[in-house]
Design a protein around this ligand. Structure first.
Ligand SMILES: [Fe+2]
Length: 334
């Protein structure tokens, strides 16, 4: 049980059952109600979609062979309506041939059961999919809390407000520009938001200090990279982004922190983050200087391209992506 488990309401699961044969519906309704589920029944796709859009339904059991819109098509529609939310669907079919299963998988079905069905097998499949759904929701919930806290934390300071959100968005754009896979985009979205989360452990007076910092204060601020990694380490869903958080201040020439990694020892995602983080910091207003224009910032980065701070090849790609945007009057909302 995770720390946020208690925040998820444990309601009676509700199941939508769709079959064009009324006696089948009644049979399944009786079986599911005996298990303590709330049951919604529909004789066809239109009624099913009406019920689905007007009630909170956790899972659907759909007969495949129905006149008009069949179970495959209905499955696809219900999945479309649920969007990114995980909504489990079991297809109930007399067909056991391979072709139907392939069609079912293509329509997004999560499991199959053959008619005449075995009650306990169907119930077992339903319970396991409901468990999976609940785990998904808990994970989303925990992630959202952490991401919201990160954004809220930096919003307290007018100089950092919006920084992580902008870094996240631009890093994701850069990952797409580089042609990296969808999984990298997803990781980068989280890493961008959380890269400075370790600052939550540092005092506000230190973070907001306008004047020059003492050597000790600089060292203190540097700890945010490791602190951020430690904060996120207990969360399984954040595991992949830990290196991005820890290493986003490493330098290509090995002169960065916390570990002084150099070159390709620094994970690619951290090198990407380092470039976008620097860009956003340079175009943002800071206590000690006004904002720089996007064009001036890009020119500065180009002049310093081979000075050892960044992966120069990667920075080349970043500049290639950004120049046309700057020409078109790209503005950050910093
Ligand atoms: Fe940072």
């Amino acid at each position: 049980m995770g720390p946020f488990t208690c925040l998820i309401e444990m309601e009676t699961p509700s199941i939508l059952v769709v079959d064009d044969v009324r006696s089948n519906l009644e049979l399944m309704e009786a079986v599911f109600m005996k298990e303590g589920f709330r049951v919604y029944t529909a004789l066809g796709a239109d009624a099913a979609i009406d019920l689905f859009t007007s009630n909170s339904i956790d899972l659907a059991v759909l007969d495949v062979m129905m006149p008009g819109v069949d179970g495959f098509e209905l499955c696809t529609r219900l999945k479309d309506i649920s969007g990114k939310r995980f909504f489990p669907v079991i297809l109930l079919t007399a067909l056991t041939d391979r072709q139907s299963k392939i069609k079912g998988i293509a329509s997004g079905a999560d499991d199959f059961i053959s008619k005449p069905f075995d009650n306990s097998e169907l119930i077992m499949k339903i319970k396991s999919l409901l468990k999976l759904k609940r785990l998904n929701e808990e994970l989303d919930h925990s992630e959202n809390i952490i991401l919201t806290l990160a954004v809220a934390m930096e919003a307290r300071d007018p100089y950092t407000k919006g920084h992580s959100t902008r870094v996240s968005k631009l890093s994701v754009d850069f990952v797409s520009f580089l042609g990296l896979p969808e999984t990298d985009r997803k990781e980068m979205k989280k890493a961008g938001i959380l890269h400075d989360i370790g600052k939550i452990c540092l005092s506000e007076s230190l973070l907001r200090k306008p004047g020059p910092l003492t050597k000790e204060e600089v060292e203190m601020i540097k700890t945010h990279a490791v602190l951020g990694e430690e904060l996120c380490r207990p969360l399984v869903s954040m595991r992949k982004i830990l290196p991005s958080i820890r290493y986003h201040h490493e330098r290509w020439d090995g002169g960065g922190f916390p570990d002084g990694l150099g070159g390709e020892e620094i994970p690619l995602m951290a090198r990407i983050l380092a470039i976008v983080d620097s860009f956003d910091a340079m175009v943002s207003v800071r206590p000690y200087r006004d904002r720089r224009s996007v064009r001036v910032t890009l020119e500065t980065m180009r002049e310093e391209q081979h000075d050892g701070q960044w992966d120069s090849e990667l920075l080349g790609y970043f500049l290639t992506m950004m120049w046309p945007l700057a020409e078109k009057g790209y503005k950050t909302d910093a």
